[in-house]
Write a protein that binds this ligand. Structure first.
Ligand code: UD1
Ligand code: CA
Length: 449
């Protein structure tokens, strides 16, 4: 059975108090919208339609960043969730199969849950995702009879008895796309909000002799974001869940609560992540690596048995091969470090390629930027870069080359050569003693002694 997604993302999100559309606020470095689209993507949908309204241009750009095939439809006036879904109809023209409605501000629906809804569709025309709410508050209530869902009542329209129901509507719907649009055609707006409620399709379906049922999920999955307080809670929930998953998958973290993960962080088993490590987007760490305390990584790939930190920074394009060692106060950006390279102290390596087993001494810097252009540094294998070497790019050093400490390297160094680019040392015997004596006398005179 083919699936298409309809992701509702037109709402303003007034309570966010933000110029940014609500669904573009980030959880674990990804817009909420991406989390929702990622859940749905697990079903390999044939089409993905995002209904945008407030900040539609920004929402469109973001949706296409995640999925270039995504179609964006505009809901110029927010007349309700039913009206929002109706806007997707032209985008699903000619599509045969099920439509699944997701909310852009409900980021944590799991793949298993969506799969369960798809399975339930084998026996029912309309499947609604529900949950037992600890505090049902203003959620829509699900009126059931055995396995059958009779209708959904919005809180505002519910009687006292209906408000006592704790089984609530998450908003996620699965139905045959054609049936869904036909049902929506029959939805009116004669209710407490004057809105076209998507939820009315259940009662309408029953009246037409179609069947409806509820698939239940954990309340944590249906967590919706309406304010920055909710956003922080969603972040915390995401972090807790993903840390737990990493621990379960064989990653060691002595203080997991201090490790910050991104939405797409991938970490292999038998890797150790020490305290206070931050992962930005796009990081993969392979098995057996060690990420030591207070390191910050983004857009980086760390291979097996590499050691990073403490206090290291890996920026986008940092590519560390097996057994690489990056030490304290070292920054690596857009640089490929081959097997066994060591950069242990106080260095900046950017726009560079470094060959296997090369050792880079303390305080070495690739001077990659001339104020306008970025330039490349290439170092061969088994080279030795002395401490405080400035490598003024573009520059190339061959295999086994060596630079003397304190050198400013502006010309290529051939394989096996030693480059020494610093002023010759002058030694003046006894001069230090004389100088100190003179300075101390001057100080004594100033202090009137
Ligand atoms: C909706 C459900 C309610 C459910 C709750 C779960 C309806 C009528 N009610 O209520 O049963 O318990 O979600 O959170 O569906 N949106 C649009 N265009 C619109 C209106 C909404 O795109 O015209 C989007 C919003 O941006 C949001 C989602 O749809 O992402 C839900 O809308 P919202 O107004 O928050 O619905 P609720 O009143 O919370
Ligand atoms: Ca809501």
């Amino acid at each position: 059975m083919s699936i298409s997604l309809i992701v509702l993302a037109a709402g303003k999100g007034t309570r966010m108090k933000s110029d940014l559309p609500k669904v573009l606020h980030r959880i674990a470095h990804a817009p909420m919208l991406w989390h929702a689209m990622r859940s749905g993507a697990a079903l390999s949908p044939e089409r993905c339609v995002v209904v945008a309204g407030h900040g539609a241009d920004q929402v469109e750009a973001s949706a296409k960043d995640f999925d270039p095939q995504a179609q964006i439809v505009l809901q110029t006036e927010q007349l309700g969730t039913g009206h929002a879904v109706a806007q997707a109809r032209p985008a699903l023209d000619g599509f045969e199969g099920d439509a699944i409605v997701l909310y852009g501000d409900t980021p944590f629906i799991s793949e298993e849950t969506l799969q369960a809804m798809r399975d339930a569709r084998a026996h029912h025309d309309v499947v609604i995702l529900g949950f037992e709410a600890a505090d049902p508050a203003r959620y829509g209530r699900l009126v059931t009879q055995g396995d059958d869902l009779l209708r959904i009542v919005e809180f505002k329209d519910a009687s006292e008895d209906e408000r006592a129901i704790t089984l609530c509507n998450s908003g996620v719907v699965a139905a045959d796309a054609k049936t869904l649009f036909e049902l929506i055609d029959a939805v009116g707006n004669d209710n407490a909000s004057g809105e076209y409620y998507l939820t009315d399709i259940v009662g309408i379906a029953r009246d037409k002799g179609l069947s409806a049922t509820v698939v239940r999920c954990d309340e944590a999955e249906t967590l919706g974001v309406n304010s920055r307080v909710d956003l922080a809670a969603a972040e915390a929930a995401f972090q807790a869940r993903e840390r737990h998953a990493l621990l379960e998958n064989g990653v060691t973290m002595p203080a997991p609560e201090t490790v910050h993960l991104a939405w797409d962080t991938v970490i292999g088993r038998d890797t150790e992540i020490e305290q206070n490590v931050v992962f930005g987007p796009g990081v993969t760490v392979e098995s057996g690596a060690q990420i030591r305390a207070f390191s910050h990584l983004e857009g980086a790939h760390v291979s097996r048995d590499a050691v990073v930190g403490p206090y290291a920074r890996l920026r986008p394009g940092a590519e560390l091969a097996e057994g690489v060692k990056i030490g304290n106060f070292v920054e690596i950006k857009k640089a490929v470090l081959d097997e066994g390279v060591k950069v242990n102290h106080l260095s900046y390596i950017g726009d560079a390629v470094v060959g296997a087993r090369t050792n880079i001494g303390a305080g070495a810097v690739t001077c990659n930027y001339d104020g306008v252009f970025k330039h490349q540094t290439t170092i061969g294998k088994e080279a030795f870069i002395g401490s405080d070497t400035m490598l003024v790019a573009p520059v190339t050093l061959g295999d086994g080359a060596m630079t003397a400490s304190g050198s400013t390297i502006t010309k290529d160094v051939p394989a096996g050569a030693m480059a020494l680019a610093r002023a010759d040392q002058i030694v003046k015997p006894g001069f230090a003693t004389k100088l100190f004596k003179m300075l101390k006398a001057r100080k004594a005179k100033q202090q009137g002694k």
